[in-house]
Design a protein around this ligand. Structure first.
Ligand code: C2E
Ligand code: MG
Ligand code: MG
Ligand code: MG
Length: 281
C-alpha cells in the first residue's frame, strides 16, 4: 500500500526490509522450541544407479509449525546457523537418521549410502567429532557407519581449511565419507578438491535443470563428470526431473541419480514401500 500512496522507492524498500526482518525474528523465536514441540521430522529422497536400483537416499529435514505452517530448510537452516541452534538441531537429525538406518538394516533394507547434510557451523562445533563417534557406536555397526556420507556445501568451506581437514579426518576414522554438495555453485575453487578429503561430488541441480535446453550446461555437466572421474570421486546428479536428463546422465556415466523424476523426498514408511516396489519390478 506504500506504492498506492505514491511514496518513493526508499519507503517501499524499507517496508519490504522490515517484513523480512520480522519474518526472520519470528522463525528464530519459534525454531527455538521446534525440537521440544516435536515439530521437526525427516524425509528421505531415493538415490538410484543407472539400472534404476535404489542404492541410497538423502536425509532432508522438515519443519512444521502451527503458526508459520511448513517452513523450508532453505529458509530456516541459515537462521539456525546464525543463532547456533544448528548444533542441537544437527545432533537431533544425526540421531534420527542413524536410528532409521539401523531399523532399515534390521528389516533387510540394505543401502550403499545414507547421505546426511551437515552445516559448517555444526561441523566446527567442538563436540562434533565426539558426538558423531558416540552416535555411530550407539546405533550402527562399523559396516553401517562406513555407508554414511556427509554432504557439505562449498559456500563456507574457505574459512579455516586446516581445521576443516582435521575434522574431516577424525570423522573419516568412523568410516564416514564426504560429499561436496551443490558442486559448481559455491565460492570454492578446484584447489580445495585437491586439499580436502572428498569422496563424492554432487552436481548442483541448476546444471541439471538446464540440461534440456542449453548446450552450455551440457558441456558444463560433462566437464564436472570428467573432474570426478579424473580425481576418482563418485558422482551424484541431484534434481533429475525428466527422462531426457536421466538418459543424458546415464549415457555420460553418471553413477548416481536423484530427483523428482524418481521420487520426491518421502517419510520413512513411504521410502520402505518405494524400495520394495522398485525391487519387485
Ligand atoms: P540440498 O542438500 O542441495 O538438497 C537438495 C534439495 O533439492 C532438497 O530441497 C530437495 O528436496 C530438492 N530436490 C531434490 N530433487 C529435486 C528435483 O528433482 N527438483 C527440484 N526442484 N528440487 C529437488 P530441500 O529439502 O528443500 O532442502 C534445501 C536445502 O536445505 C538442502 O539442499 C540443504 O542445503 C538444506 N538442508 C536440508 N536438510 C538439511 C539438514 O538435515 N541439515 C542441513 N544442515 N541442511 C539441510
Ligand atoms: Mg544435500
Ligand atoms: Mg544439493
Ligand atoms: Mg542446496
Amino acid at each position: 500500500e506504500a506504492k498506492s500512496q505514491g511514496r518513493d522507492g526508499v519507503m517501499i524498500f524499507n517496508d519490504e526490509l522490515s517484513i523480512r526482518v520480522e519474518r526472520k525474528l519470528e522463525i528464530e523465536r519459534f525454531l527455538h522450541f521446534a525440537l521440544e514441540n516435536n515439530e521437526i521430522t525427516l524425509q528421505y529422497q531415493p538415490q538410484l544407479n543407472s539400472n534404476s536400483e535404489v542404492i541410497g537416499c538423502e536425509v532432508l529435514v522438515r519443519w512444521h509449525n502451527e503458526h508459520l505452517g511448513q517452513v523450508g530448510p532453505d529458509e530456516f537452516i541459515p537462521i539456525a546457523e546464525q543463532t547456533g541452534f544448528i548444533v542441537e538441531l544437527g545432533y537431533f537429525i544425526l540421531e534420527e537418521a542413524f536410528k532409521t538406518f539401523s531399523d532399515w538394516d534390521k528389516k533387510g533394507i540394505y543401502l550403499e549410502q545414507l547421505s546426511i547434510n551437515i552445516s559448517m557451523r555444526q561441523m566446527f562445533h567442538n563436540t562434533f567429532t565426539d558426538d558423531v563417534a558416540k552416535l555411530c557406536k550407539k546405533y550402527l555397526n562399523p559396516k553401517l557407519s562406513s555407508k554414511l556420507m556427509f554432504e557439505m556445501t562449498e559456500t563456507s568451506v574457505a574459512e579455516d581449511i586446516t581445521k576443516l581437514i582435521n575434522t574431516m579426518n577424525k570423522i573419516k576414522q568412523c568410516g564416514i565419507r564426504f560429499s561436496m554438495d551443490d558442486f559448481g555453485t559455491g565460492y570454492s575453487s578446484l584447489s580445495y578438491l585437491r586439499q580436502i578429503p572428498i569422496d563424492e561430488l554432487k552436481i548442483d541441480k541448476s546444471f541439471i535443470f538446464e540440461l534440456d535446453d542449453t548446450s552450455k550446461s551440457t558441456n558444463m555437466v560433462k566437464t564436472i563428470l570428467n573432474i570426478a572421474k579424473n580425481l576418482n570421486l563418485s558422482i551424484v546428479a541431484e534434481g533429475v526431473e525428466t527422462q531426457l536428463q536421466k538418459e543424458f546422465l546415464i549415457e555420460e556415466k553418471c553413477d548416481i541419480l536423484q530427483g523428482y523424476h524418481f521420487s520426491k523426498p518421502v517419510d520413512k514408511h513411504e521410502f520402505e514401500k518405494y524400495v520394495q516396489v522398485i525391487e519387485v519390478t
